[in-house]
Design a protein around this ligand. Structure first.
Ligand code: UDX
Ligand code: UDX
Length: 456
């Protein structure tokens, strides 16, 4: 087993693999980093000026590393790189299974398994194989079993090194991580990977654990974060009913250092590619081990999230129906500073409004309109249209529903917009970013999640 990593391959050039490898290449000029992906269009985009992932600071890093010690190549041309690699990251998607045992809950490991087969086929010599994708606990067993079938003389150590980056702040999270987690069984392999991160992360922030703890820690960390959002969203509804203010309650609770202030912003619900998928995976694991109490507990976190989306969509629909039945939706991304709308609350909320016969005027700062349109179901032919401009989007709308906390929406000139909307238009602020006094002074009725009753 080699003690030093000089040559890295990453399979999967997505939101996780791309930025992570760019930062490793940037911070480790002595290491050669090759990112491969079966999606050739995605690889072409990584090799162009229009990167497939938008993250603050990413383009600059790719510009200075690409062609130096970072390259992106199609998987079809990846065999030689695999043969040469000291360490291979698996960073492909692990979506929720849609069929077979555990459908709807368990993670689908088929992409991971096909990567392991690909590695087994082409690797030569000692190679560290690193789970970067979020996996169910004991997934490493499956990977090890597949790797051991390799006939090319490869010998392997499997590590779990889950990513904790959040979209929108990925580069900051990678450059200044709270912690890096490396789980494994072989100390030499663990320390070889730790040495890569030590190029820029203090050793004290590199946590070493067993394989199973590392796999479970990633699921648990995301479940805890999701649970905080569901907790404050559950409180938000109670605040509306009792005239308490959810931001005040969150501020007071969070001032207790045992609780902390982060992840207590009430919202229309959490979205993103990870929280729901990882909660479902955790629930499936609990059920697999016949732990029905814990399974029901985590299911509750998901249920509140669905409930919050539904109730806020219903409020906006009810109000809009009183007017012309037109709602302007500001924000489709699952949070600000990303073009990602996977599992975005906007998808369910828009579909609920369309099903209620509401016409939608949609706007976002970065989401691709054509791609988002594919998530919409408009059986009642209520109709929807996208507008690049906020003013156009709110024209004639009886309700404005804010679903993403883009800075541009926090700074809107409500007096100017009031001239464009329908008479008696109301704002439904699902992110708590609108300056209420200014909006009310401009003539809008304002509902903010967790702050008082909906207008009627
Ligand atoms: C994914 C998972 O969603 C997440 O749980 C995990 O922690 C990391 O991997 P992400 O990078 O956001 O995160 O996924 P995605 O943007 O879909 O990228 C995965 C890439 O892998 C895609 O570009 C896909 O083409 C590629 N892929 C998939 C391969 O190259 N080979 C495969 O066999 C399967
Ligand atoms: C998350 C984890 O934060 C990250 O560590 C992990 O690696 C991947 O999953 P991400 O999904 O990119 O990252 O976004 P995150 O910032 O966690 O937000 C998730 C969702 O929760 C978003 O829809 C966000 O708007 C929502 N949220 C977050 C709230 O509604 N309120 C909050 O206080 C915080």
């Amino acid at each position: 087993m080699k003690g030093r990593i000089r040559d890295i391959v990453c399979i999967g050039a997505g939101y996780v693999g791309g930025p992570t490898m760019a930062v490793i290449a940037d911070r480790c000029p002595d290491i050669s980093v090759t990112v491969i992906d079966m999606n050739e269009a995605r690889i072409a985009a990584w090799n162009s000026d229009a990167l497939p992932v938008y993250e603050l600071g990413l383009a600059e890093i790719v510009r200075r590393t690409r062609g130096r010690n970072l390259r992106f190549i199609p998987q079809a041309e990846g065999a030689a790189s695999i043969a040469q690699a000291d360490a291979i990251f698996i960073s492909v998607n692990t979506p929720t299974k849609t069929q077979g045992e555990g459908a709807g809950k368990a993670s689908d490991l088929s992409y991971v398994e096909s990567c392991a087969r690909y590695i087994a086929e082409h690797a030569t010599g000692p190679t560290i194989v690193i789970e970067k994708s979020t996996m169910p606990v004991r997934a490493a067993d499956t990977i090890k079993r597949i790797l051991s079938s390799g006939k090319n003389g490869g010998s392997f150590h499997v590590l779990s090194n889950p990513e904790f980056l959040a979209e929108g702040t990925a580069i900051r999270d990678l450059e200044k991580p709270d912690r890096v987690l490396i789980g494994g069984e072989n100390v030499t392999a663990i320390e070889a990977l730790a040495a890569v991160y030590r190029h820029w992360v203090p050793d004290a922030a590199i946590l070493r654990t067993g394989l199973w703890s590392a796999e479970l820690s990633k699921l648990a960390a995301n479940a805890f974060l999701a649970q905080r959002v569901s907790s404050i969203n559950a409180i938000s509804a109670l605040c509306e009913a009792t005239e308490a203010d959810v931001d005040e309650v969150a501020g007071v609770c969070g001032a207790d250092t045992r609780i902390g202030l982060k992840f207590l912003k009430a919202s229309i619900g959490f979205g993103g590619s990870c929280f729901k998928k990882d909660l479902l995976s955790l629930i499936y694991l609990c059920e697999f081990y016949q732990l029905s109490g814990p399974a029901a507990y985590w299911q509750g976190v998901l249920d509140i999230n669905e409930w919050q989306k539904r109730r806020i969509a219903a409020m906006a629909a009810e109000y809009a129906k009183l007017g012309g039945g037109v709602v302007a939706i500001l924000g489709l991304a699952f949070k600000k500073n990303t073009n990602d709308f996977r599992e975005s609350p906007a998808i369910d909320i828009c579909n609920q409004l369309l099903a209620a016969g509401i016409r939608l005027r949609l706007q976002d700062e970065r989401v691709d309109a054509g791609d988002f349109a594919k998530t919409l179901v408009d059986e009642r032919k209520a109709g929807f249209a996208f507008f690049p401009d906020i003013g156009q989007a709110v024209s004639g709308a009886g309700a404005i529903l804010i679903l993403t906390e883009w800075d541009a929406y926090a700074a809107l000139d409500w007096t100017a917009l009031a001239r464009l909307t329908a008479k008696d238009a109301a704002i439904f602020d699902g992110r708590g970013i609108v300056r209420r006094a200014a909006a009310q002074a401009a003539g809008f009725k304002v509902f903010t999640v967790g702050k008082g009753q909906a207008p009627n």
